[in-house]
Design a protein around this ligand. Structure first.
Ligand code: PGA
Length: 264
């Protein structure tokens, strides 16, 4: 019943480019009802949803009106505060919409939008400046894994992302092996534990012992109800960043309720 970690687990749903604002409202309502029906203890696990930008205002209005205890997240932000940056979204705007967390450096941004480690680092600073918690994504491709092993690339990415970050800053780290994302082939719990423990060492080296003890490190990549418990048994895995399975009400509710799975 008791998770190994003393950090409050975080189950985060990255919707990517799915669900328009009407679908988003219906989804959040259904997920909340499903959890209430199951008598879920909302204090035991933090839940965040990361809708597309165009949904955020609608979801904010719903969770505020119905007092739904979900964190609201965004999938990206600009490194800039305001100005001539067509198509970009400022952290200041997100904060005004009660967004609490923002995914930064997802592998799909790194790959399809050529986001460098340096840009990721600038976005982490922008998020913190505007009072948002950055969910910093790191992970190796299949090729990196073969050439350098699992940890080398994510460690390097995290070191750059944390450059100049204050030791008191609240951040979340998500270890997402690129080969596991959307593939149906998750890492093994042992692999996830090993890399997450190494990433915690990076947090310790860059931000100190307190930050290492406090920072939540998530695993992401083909997480589903059937495998979440095996990840959550690992001492350095504090939650999950869930893509595809976060779009299915019953499946996502079952992931959030991992503490009720046998043996956790
Ligand atoms: P997945 O995606 O759960 O569909 O593998 C995870 C992610 O990209 O954050």
């Amino acid at each position: 019943m008791v998770a190994v970690t003393t950090r409050t687990p975080l189950i985060a749903g990255n919707w990517k480019m799915n669900l328009d604002h009407l679908q988003a409202v219906a989804f959040v309502q259904k997920l909340h009802w499903a959890l209430k029906d199951a008598k879920h203890e909302f204090d035991a696990v933090d839940v965040s949803v990361f809708p597309p930008f165009t949904d955020i205002r609608s979801v904010q209005t719903l969770i505020d009106a119905d007092k739904i205890p979900f964190g609201l997240g965004a999938q990206d932000l600009s490194a800039h505060d305001s100005g001539a940056y067509t198509g970009e979204i400022s952290g200041a705007f997100l904060k005004r919409l009660d967004v609490a967390q923002v995914i930064i450096g997802h592998s799909e941004r790194r790959e399809y939008h050529s986001e460098s480690d340096e840009l990721v680092a600038a976005k982490v600073k922008a998020a913190l400046k505007h009072g948002l918690v950055p969910v910093v994504c790191v992970g190796e491709t299949a090729e990196d894994l073969e050439k350098h092993g699992a940890s080398a690339v994510p460690v390097g990415q995290l070191e750059v992302a944390l450059d100049g970050v204050a030791s008191t800053a609240e951040i979340v780290v998500a270890y997402e092996p690129v080969w596991a994302i959307g593939s149906g082939q998750a890492a093994t719990p042992d692999q996830a534990q090993e890399v997450c423990a190494t990433l915690r060492d990076v947090v310790r080296a860059k931000l100190g012992d307190d930050a290492a003890a406090r920072t939540r490190i998530l695993y992401g990549g083909s997480v589903k109800a059937a495998n979440i418990a095996s990840f959550m048994r690992q001492p350095d895995v504090d939650g999950a960043l869930v893509g595809g399975a976060s779009l299915l009400v019953d499946e996502f509710a079952a992931i959030i309720r991992f503490q009720k799975h046998v043996g956790v």
